[in-house]
Design a protein around this ligand. Structure first.
Ligand code: CP3
Length: 340
């Protein structure tokens, strides 16, 4: 039995299964070596000869319990026909949508992202059976933030304007994104993914407003979960509504996800209240992994003690950063594996 899948079914596993968000990335020299050869980031994701080895690198180095397919949440706008570019040191740039849906001319063409499914099948073949393969997508609101604003430099001002003054336009976009994201996740599950994670990285932008959170975060996610489960009734889904701890409980209750990712801002009191109610993943601040030493040891112990006997997947509260020393990741893995 895969340890991570057992946790998603509500079992407590000791020591907990472990993986790290963005585990394939620039902190690894073997990643940078392949990255250098790619013509651009989208082609990197869409070339199985690069995406497959990069997906497996962190498993070979650290023996994590799960591999996450090397791809990006912005492959969906790419498959919809929007221009997506990653400029060095600049982050992603898209041609922003205007507020008239008739101008959008977006049409989902899964042929544009077929290599992701090919990579999933190849990774599954090379991964040992006790390891979990995680597929993923961006949740609709987060993907919409990039599609509407075109970049992340202004806290998604334009998307937030739509939420406030043109909510029906945003509803249209989120509905369409929920439909195509469900298709994308179903295809990932059919091509070797054991579980899928929905990254709602910008959920925190709406966390102060219960009605907006429900309309733009919960509803589209609920729609995805219901379409995916209609086709695959036992599909395992992890939600990650980042920086929205006030709404975590509602999020799980209303969307029906199996488990939820904790960003590092979630207060201990909230975690103590939630653990045991449903499986939890994450919580370790990425900065503490950069820091290492006693701070890392204390933080890891605190997390392991808080979650003891409860269904928990060890992970960070957000993606690992490029400056993270590899020895700190080794220290983390050793400490988690020695926990009893
Ligand atoms: O976790 C993994 O190892 C799987 C791969 C993965 C990537 N992006 C690869 C990537 C996953 C799960 C993502 C998710 C993703 N992508 C999110 C949600 C999670 C989060 O971080 O909030 C978001 C918002 C994106 C969009 C995105 N992609 C941004 C903003 C950037 C630029 C920022 C940066 O770190 O450079 C990317 C690029 C990107 N996606 C990289 C990687 C490894 C770095 C690209 C490089 O090597 O130059």
């Amino acid at each position: 039995m895969k340890k991570l899948m057992a946790v998603l079914q509500g079992h407590s596993v000791n020591p907990p299964p472990l993986w790290l968000m963005r585990q394939a990335g620039r902190y690894l020299p073997e990643y940078r070596a392949i990255r250098e050869k790619a013509p651009n980031f989208i082609q990197f994701c869409l070339t199985p000869d690069m995406a497959v080895p990069v997906t497996l690198q962190p498993i070979h180095r650290f023996d994590f319990d799960a591999a996450i397919i090397f791809a990006d949440i912005l492959l969906i706008p790419h498959a919809l026909g929007q221009r997506v570019e990653f400029l060095k040191g600049e982050g992603p740039q898209l041609t922003p949508l205007d507020a008239n849906p008739q101008h959008w001319r977006l049409a989902y063409d899964d042929k544009k992202i077929m290599p992701v499914f090919e990579s999933l099948l190849a990774v599954r073949q090379q991964l040992s059976p006790e390891k979990t393969l995680i597929g993923f997508a961006g949740a609709p609101f987060t993907v919409a933030c990039y599609m509407v604003d075109g970049h992340s430099k202004n806290k998604f001002e334009k998307t937030m304007q739509w939420a406030q003054h043109q909510p029906h336009v945003l509803d249209d976009l989120l509905n369409m994104l929920a439909d195509v994201t469900a298709l994308y996740l179903i295809a990932q599950l059919k091509n070797g993914a054991d579980v899928v994670q929905l990254f709602e990285s910008w959920a925190g932008l709406l966390a102060h407003d219960a009605a907006a959170f429900e309309r733009f975060v919960i509803k589209p996610t609920q729609k995805i979960v219901s379409i995916v489960r209609h086709h695959k009734p036992d599909a395992a889904i992890i939600g990650f509504p980042r920086l929205a701890h006030e709404r975590l409980e509602d999020f799980v209750a209303q969307t029906g996800v199996n488990a939820v990712g904790l960003s590092s801002d979630v207060p201990s009191l909230v975690v103590e209240k939630l653990c045991g109610k449903f499986p939890l993943q994450g919580w370790l601040p990425p900065e503490v992994l950069v820091q290492g030493g006693q701070a890392l040891q204390d933080n890891v112990n605190h997390i392991l003690d808080t979650m003891r006997g409860k269904p928990h997947i060890f992970n960070l509260g957000h993606g690992i950063t490029p400056e993270t020393p590899i020895e700190h990741v080794q220290q983390l893995v050793k400490q988690v594996r020695e926990f009893s």
